[in-house]
Design a protein around this ligand. Structure first.
Ligand SMILES: [Zn+2]
Length: 465
């Protein structure tokens, strides 16, 4: 008898726990879906493809000018070059932030950094903001991600909306094979896939192609190391000047790492072709920011490496879109932004327009190029710095009060500050900044909890010292 009562209590406990779980799931997911729906203006265009999969690929730290399809002299991207020939290539795409976490936060929320508040690796994307993955999931997509961890880890809220968020990797050589395996067993499902990897990020020379572009006659200061960390470059350049050969050697290592990304994206494309999915898939391939590779600023006599600050070498990104119902093979010169990516995905997927998104669908830029601008922000330097870039000008306003203006048509390396000669241009660009960033996030930022492997990899990538 006693045993029967025990069994009844056990069954009752299981049922109650199950009901709590169901209630919890319904209570916390349904209102979110309802909120998403209420804020979506549903529509389709002739270019939308409702049945297509969506593959979004973020190549960390890839400088736009080091790719073949952007006319680089080395053969770094043979597979991407082929894809670019049948895609829309945005030649003037810019990131909203010069580092990984805030840049991806802007990509997935279509908000500027001062609006989402995720300025660096201390903060996560506030849960009050909806991410692209959440919208895709609530519209019936199977949402999966295979990412290098560290700065795109779930610790920063990037997992929201993904049914699978696999982050136990760093490089495309790891994330692509996992993604291929998943696609092979889920090829009948309609999916939204986010892929990311860190190959071209420091340490330079961390791939199977590290020595593809290095000169055999080089005998400079970095020959003995396979991987080159930026703090090693800095400690070498403290004592001796880096020679041109040294800088070229580092660039060659960086370029080799790009080639590995290209190889794995090529494998993914071939797999999608073999499975008959290539022409049922929308591709959006981009980088989250660029990289400084030994450029010298007027105020620093040393070559600079890494990604921070608001100059074009760091903000100019790759952006390629291929979608089955879209006009193929086109080059767009209009200045566009990373925050435009999510609105474009929604329009190409035939979902519509989401109220929170500050970016614009890129279909406008493809068919009606106009004068436009891109705004970027950073907290890496003391204070809060912001920039606005148009086709001809770059204006930077710094937290310490310094203002900079560059005439890009005559000075594309942004070396000569011409603000005193052009105060009216600076005024106009300042007004764009003021008007665009008017609704900043006034709430305290949400702290990110980072530990274990994620913390170790943030250190390896130089984000934490
Ligand atoms: Zn990055």
């Amino acid at each position: 008898m006693k045993k029967d009562i025990k069994d009844i209590i056990l069954v009752a406990a299981v049922v109650i726990l199950w009901l709590i779980a169901v209630f919890w799931g319904v209570y916390f997911s349904y209102p979110r879906n309802e909120f998403i729906n209420q804020n979506l203006e549903h529509y389709e265009t002739p270019y939308s493809c409702k049945d297509c999969n969506v593959v979004m690929i973020s190549i960390d730290t890839l400088r736009a000018d080091h790719t073949g399809f952007m006319r680089y002299f080395r053969n770094t991207t043979p597979n991407l070059d082929k894809l670019a020939k049948e895609s829309v290539v945005f030649e003037n795409a810019f990131s909203q932030a010069p580092s990984t976490t805030p840049s991806h936060a802007s990509i997935f929320t279509s908000l500027y950094p001062s609006q989402h508040g995720t300025f660096n690796n201390n903060y996560q994307v506030p849960s009050k903001f909806v991410t692209l993955a959440e919208i895709m999931k609530s519209n019936g997509y199977n949402t999966v991600a295979f990412v290098g961890d560290a700065a795109v880890s779930a610790s920063f809220g990037f997992h929201r909306g993904f049914e699978i968020y696999n982050e136990h990797s760093l490089l495309f050589s790891e994330t692509v094979p996992k993604a291929i395996k998943w696609i092979e067993s889920n090829k009948k499902k309609r999916f939204f896939l986010f892929l990311h990897g860190y190959e071209p990020h420091e340490p330079y020379g961390n791939s199977e192609f590290s020595d593809l572009f290095t000169e055999t006659i080089y005998s400079g200061q970095f020959t003995s190391d396979k991987e080159i960390f930026i703090n090693e470059i800095e400690s070498v350049s403290k004592n001796t000047d880096l020679s041109e050969d040294d800088i070229n050697y580092i660039k060659a290592k960086y370029d080799g790492d790009i080639r590995q990304v290209d190889k794995f994206i090529g494998l993914l494309i071939n797999k999608l072709k073999t499975l008959g999915l290539y022409d049922k898939t929308t591709f959006i391939i981009f980088s989250d920011h660029g990289e400084r590779l030994g450029e010298i600023r007027p105020n620093s006599q040393k070559p600079i490496f890494g990604h921070y600050d608001l100059y074009d070498v760091v903000l100019h990104t790759v952006l390629i879109i291929r979608s089955p119902n879209l006009e193929l093979s086109k080059r767009v010169q209009q200045v566009v932004s990373s925050i435009d990516i999510s609105p474009t995905v929604l329009e190409l997927a035939g979902i519509g327009k989401f109220k929170q998104f500050k970016g614009k669908s890129l279909l406008d830029a493809i068919f009606n190029e106009t004068e436009s601008f891109s705004i970027s922000e950073t907290l890496w330097l003391p204070g809060f710095d912001a920039s606005v870039r148009t086709s001809g000008w770059k204006f930077i306003v710094r937290g310490n009060g310094i203002l900079e203006l560059y005439d890009l048509k005559n000075d594309n390396k942004e070396l000569n500050n011409v603000i005193e000669k052009n105060p009216e241009v600076a005024d106009g660009l300042f007004k764009i900044l003021e008007n665009t960033l008017i609704d900043t996030n006034k709430e305290p930022p949400e702290k990110a909890i980072v530990e274990g492997r994620i913390l170790e990899n943030l250190k390896r990538l130089g984000y934490i010292t």
